[in-house]
Write a protein that binds this ligand. Sequence first.
Ligand SMILES: Cc1cc2nc3c(=O)[nH]c(=O)nc-3n(C[C@H](O)[C@H](O)[C@H](O)COP(=O)(O)OP(=O)(O)OC[C@H]3O[C@@H](n4cnc5c(N)ncnc54)[C@H](O)[C@@H]3O)c2cc1C
Length: 291
Amino acid sequence: MNETNYEIAIIGCGPAGLSAAINTKVRGKKLVLLGSEFCTPKLHKAPHVNNYLGFHSIGGEELRQKFLGHVKAMGIEILRSRVTGIIPQDDGFAIQARDKIFYARAVVLATGVSVAKLLPGEEEKLGLGVSYCATCDGGLYRNRTVAVLAYSPEGIEEANYLAGICRKVYLLPLCKGSQEMRSKIHEQVEVIADQKPLSIEGDNLVSALKLSHRTLEVEGVFIIRDAVLPDKLVPGLEIENGAVKINRDLSTNIPGLYAAGDNTGQPYQLAKAVGEGQVAALNAVKYIDNK
Ligand SMILES: Cc1cc2nc3c(=O)[nH]c(=O)nc-3n(C[C@H](O)[C@H](O)[C@H](O)COP(=O)(O)OP(=O)(O)OC[C@H]3O[C@@H](n4cnc5c(N)ncnc54)[C@H](O)[C@@H]3O)c2cc1C
């Protein structure tokens, strides 16, 4: 097994993903934990948590630190890499995370709930000019004009990367903190502030991005959010009522792929996320042991 080959990959570093990670480690499996820059904004924002057993009236941030400390104490590293694609293969999964591909025999999807509303045209044009990863797909847009919708600060890095490849790069900074990051934007990137993206246009391939006050003629639109909807991450994944469709053992319709936490549906609660992280991990372990 080389350094990018794992038995279990866990995607997401919220309570569900962290719980899945410690339980996978306890079972002695080789794991990779892929998460966002900040694990996890939801817990950080919770002013007081009163319903997590053993921690009456604890602040969300304090509990977050305890969770992260637990994982660190067990020697588990969080690789800060936004996953943009999980492709089922004959004996496992290929996981695309920025410029790296990881391989795992089973996956626990613990990405939380994405509240992002898709832009009109986004779904239809995915792969036809819409992409969620510049470092993966940027090469396809060499000498072309593209736009980057930066809903997360990572979008600024992605725009800078594209500036070295594309003829023209527009950047819409749509996230908090982007003001402070302005000095880091490559001089060849044209920043378009105070405009809302309305829709992605084109007959077949993308030809334009419609904004509130103008239209950009572009051949590519890179949409960089912290979270990608589960069925956009994993082709063929079944969704029911807006959540990943799961069986009692937290398996999904794709063999070897398990889901845990808010992405499996309500209630959106910590104890459920932590419990499901454990169940999903233990069943993923069982799955690979039985193979
Ligand atoms: C303000 C607030 C207060 C709350 N208070 C309570 C409370 O008192 N009690 C309670 O029980 N619950 C509370 N909750 C709910 C609780 O925080 C959630 O149920 C819990 O965090 C869900 O955990 P999760 O791991 O499923 O998802 P999340 O916590 O959302 O974690 C998912 C993580 O995965 C990362 N991620 C997503 N996609 C990718 C990707 N493609 N690649 C890499 N990383 C990715 C995300 O960035 C995130 O860090 C509260 C929530 C909020 C917002």
